[in-house]
Design a protein around this ligand. Structure first.
Ligand SMILES: [Mg+2]
Length: 109
């Protein structure tokens, strides 16, 4: 399978959204519902991880893919080009310093 850009993936997601009647414009969707659906896919990924289902049906990988598809659908409907947004944030984070000692995270295991 060939690699696609984020924009090309968004176009595929929007083609399917149109075909399935999921809404392709801001006034055809509920943003709050779409955000909730993104949350639900992330929760499904967490449950799959807990049950050590990484690559199977409804597995961790698939659920992360579902989450990304839903994010791309929301962005497509709202006209958000995610690639420059991500690149801008990556650039911002390049020199960003996190004060890990002030955070209750166990990322340094
Ligand atoms: Mg799912």
């Amino acid at each position: 399978m060939k690699s696609l850009t984020l924009k090309q993936l968004t176009e595929l997601v929007m083609e399917q959204a149109k075909a399935k009647g999921f809404g392709t414009k801001a006034d055809e969707i509920s943003v709050a519902e779409k955000i909730a659906l993104i949350h639900s896919e992330i929760s499904e990924a967490f449950e799959a991880y807990r049950h050590k289902n990484m690559t199977g049906k409804d597995g961790f990988e698939e659920e992360l893919g579902d989450a990304v598809q839903r994010i791309l659908h929301l962005c497509g409907a709202l006209g958000i080009d995610l690639e420059p947004v991500i690149l801008k944030k990556l650039d911002y984070n390049k020199d960003r310093v996190w004060e890990w000692s002030k955070l209750n995270e166990d990322h340094q295991r």
